[in-house]
Design a protein around this ligand. Sequence first.
Ligand code: PMV
Length: 323
Amino acid sequence: MKTATARAHPNIAFIKYWGNQDDVLRLPANSSLSMNLDGLYTQTTVIPDETLFSDVLVLNGEIASGKSLERVVTHLNMLRQRCEIVTHVRVESANNFPTGTGIASSASAFAALTVATAAVFEISMTERELTTLARRGSGSASRSVPTGFVEWHAADTHADSFAESIAAPEYWNLVDVVAIVSDQHKATGSQEGHTTAATSDLQIARVNGAADRLMRCKQAFLARDFATFAEVVELDSNLMHAVMMTSRPPLFYWLPTTLDIMQRVRAWRSQGLNVCYTLDAGPNVHCLCTADAAPEIQRQLQQVAGVMDIKIATPGGAAVVIV
Ligand code: PMV
């Protein structure tokens, strides 16, 4: 059998995914909307090997074991079942961005693994099916398969919860200027967070309003109406963090610098800069802005005490097989 190598970008959600209707199938509680991040990627090579008795995972040059290997093996078993193939594989995966930069790697990792495995087993699949399979590894991975700006649909069945591109990367020249305020590994990852989301009294309200926020966000995005876009993106991020903080046990991801930057971003916007913030399951602040505002946002962030590093990403393309 041949080998296959794929590349996928991580993504930042404008409308967040937090909590599942079904944890095993990773059917999300609500639909979400995101942008792929160009320049950052996971590159994964899948090498089938008839002599292996179990899968091998090499992560950023080191043989992996424990939880990360287990999660990849579970995903490979699901893909093998779909492809009706039993061969074990060696997976070599590396990120071109260091872990601890606050940019989640599970989305790009499971998107690249899914696309490379389907290619190596020579099973032709629609992009839609690939997004459903990537979703089983990590929910947000479904959004890293299609190009540019992507909507992932909540649904009751595996086949119907898929992701699709709503616009190419060139549609709107948004920039994600990420303020890194901590390089610590987060204590509670999103996998565990999704399972406790429903313990917050606020999750029902967040989920009930999500379809409306997504529609408003999508309309503002398609109209390139930054003011409306900014208002709904910040609201949606605040709602997700309100749920996190009120879950049992509670999840507090913000650091003092996180809140400092959030307040500054709002002030910069009121002074006329096209910028808004959004946060994932961590303390780093993604400052989404239009390309003309990006140099000023970067300059301002460099002066904020507690900002350790700044990463910049423009809209990225689809997951692709490169060899
Ligand atoms: O795909 P996961 O399980 O890593 O969840 C992603 C959760 C958030 O990043 C917090 C929100 C999102 O929609 O990306």
